[in-house]
Design a protein around this ligand. Structure first.
Ligand code: CUA
Length: 158
């Protein structure tokens, strides 16, 4: 310990500050290593002007890849999603793969953990399991131009 003559109240506040840093860091480690929280991946890249000719985005759609498991290959563009309507049975795990050929878009299914940023040049991937029935709007929550407010899709768990 440095032998600095600090007033008692200042030492107490320094200790409180230091302890909160330790607690916050421990929570981040717990979330990442134990609870498996992670950011939606954007590690894969794609040429934005070649989205429509690059697999899998040359055939956007919903594909069944196992029992109760689907792959949703989607394009977010001014001012629509393709496919525009995704319907899966309750209990399904869906692997979303989304990209944009033009500008940054959002991809949010309200009330779920799906809230993605879709960046041109990148493929945003996220996996979620949907246990409960729902009928939701897919919302673009990044301002993307004059038609931003009408950029909507539909996500149904039945
Ligand atoms: Cu797309 Cu706002």
């Amino acid at each position: 310990m440095l032998n600095i003559d600090l007033p008692r109240s200042e030492r107490i506040w320094l200790m409180i500050g230091g302890a909160s840093l330790v607690v916050f860091f421990a929570i981040i480690l717990l979330m990442a290593l134990v609870w498996g929280f992670h950011n939606p991946g954007q590690m894969k890249t794609i040429a934005p002007d070649a989205v429509r000719t690059t697999p899998p985005f040359d055939k956007p759609g919903l594909y069944q890849v196992g029992p109760n498991e689907y792959r949703a290959v989607m394009i977010a563009q001014m001012f629509m999603y393709q496919p525009n309507n995704v319907t899966v049975p309750a209990g399904s795990t869906v692997h979303f793969e989304v990209t944009s050929p033009d500008v940054v878009h959002g991809f949010e299914i309200p009330g779920t953990n799906v809230n993605l940023m879709v960046v041109p040049g990148h493929i945003t991937e996220y996996t979620a399991t949907f246990r409960n029935k729902m009928d939701r709007v897919i919302v673009c929550n990044e301002y993307c131009g004059s038609g931003h407010q009408v950029m909507l899709g539909r996500f149904v768990v039945q």
